[in-house]
Design a protein around this ligand. Structure first.
Ligand SMILES: Cc1cc2nc3c(=O)[nH]c(=O)nc-3n(C[C@H](O)[C@H](O)[C@H](O)COP(=O)(O)OP(=O)(O)OC[C@H]3O[C@@H](n4cnc5c(N)ncnc54)[C@H](O)[C@@H]3O)c2cc1C
Length: 251
């Protein structure tokens, strides 16, 4: 909401200025959607938010791939500098005229993150169950120990709650009734639960749990990114808390 990138009207176009970090495919893929705040003192639209479709080849646009990530290594994110990037008038997305419109995108992508968390957690649970059934310790499979069964039960309990969040959210979205806070709650719950499930799965695989070939460690690392993007755990809590109490505690 405290978006700092600016858009200024200039003749037959707009001029964008600012920096952004962690932008998915911001240095590849040809185009980037850039949200910016209109900086035009005196104009009615001053201070409002717009979204621009920016060709990455445009002069002044520099996207640099962020290197050294231990998480989500299958997709690039970029650090972007917009140094007086000039775009035509028709580069403005017609339906994006306020921060509320930007939020619509955010709550849709937050639902997506809740689903991602479910996918990662399911993979971790399945890996842990399969391992516990075949790994023999003290003369019997791990799965035959009471404490192991209890931990598998706790994982399934959390996984089922995650599924219910996703299923309910999908139904609400299909009916056009999904509220932003509900998407935040699903993201908050599912990324936190995925972290717990991945951690238990990693532990149940013993030493083998840290091997990349057993996948759990990779899911664990990927969960760390989804736990942060589209709004961190704390920021989701602030959004939900504001909805519950009617009081904003952001600053
Ligand atoms: C892999 C990845 C992909 C991403 N893709 C995109 C993308 O495509 N497009 C895009 O625009 N962004 C993208 N992001 C950015 C992402 O949304 C931000 O990283 C995220 O919202 C957190 O912001 P920050 O990194 O500035 O952390 P900060 O805001 O600096 O937060 C650091 C810590 O402080 C806490 N904190 C911050 N403010 C408060 C507060 N008021 N009260 C209490 N605690 C607070 C946070 O919860 C966090 O724990 C991506 C990030 C990652 C890691």
């Amino acid at each position: 909401v405290s978006l700092e990138t600016t858009a200024r009207r200039d003749g037959d176009g707009w001029v964008l200025r600012g920096t952004k970090k962690w932008i998915g495919n911001g240095a590849s893929g040809g185009v980037t959607f850039v949200w910016a705040r209109v900086d035009d003192e005196g104009a009615d639209e001053h201070g409002s938010v717009r979204c621009f479709l920016v060709e990455q080849e445009t002069p002044g646009y520099v996207g640099t791939v962020i290197r050294g990530k231990a998480s989500l290594r299958g997709i690039h994110q970029a650090h972007i500098v917009l140094d007086d990037v000039r775009v035509p008038l028709d580069a403005v997305l017609p339906g994006a005229r306020s921060f509320k419109d930007a939020s619509t995108v955010l709550y849709s992508t937050r639902s997506g993150v809740a689903w991602s968390a479910l996918g990662h957690a399911t993979a971790c649970y399945e890996a842990a169950l399969a391992y516990a059934q075949q790994r023999v310790q003290f003369g019997k499979p791990l799965a035959k120990f009471q404490m192991v069964q209890e931990r598998l039960t706790q994982m399934l309990e959390q996984l089922t709650a995650m599924q219910l969040y996703c299923r309910t959210m999908a139904d609400l979205e299909a009916a056009g009734r999904l509220r932003p806070t509900q998407a935040s709650l699903a993201k908050y719950h599912n990324t936190r639960a995925a972290r717990r499930i991945a951690s238990t799965a990693r532990d149940l695989l013993g030493g083998n749990g840290i091997l990349l070939e057993n996948a759990v460690m990779q899911h664990m690392a990927d969960i760390e990114a989804i736990h942060t993007y589209e709004g961190t755990e704390s920021v989701q809590a602030l959004l939900i808390g504001r909805d519950i109490t009617g009081m904003s505690a952001f600053a």
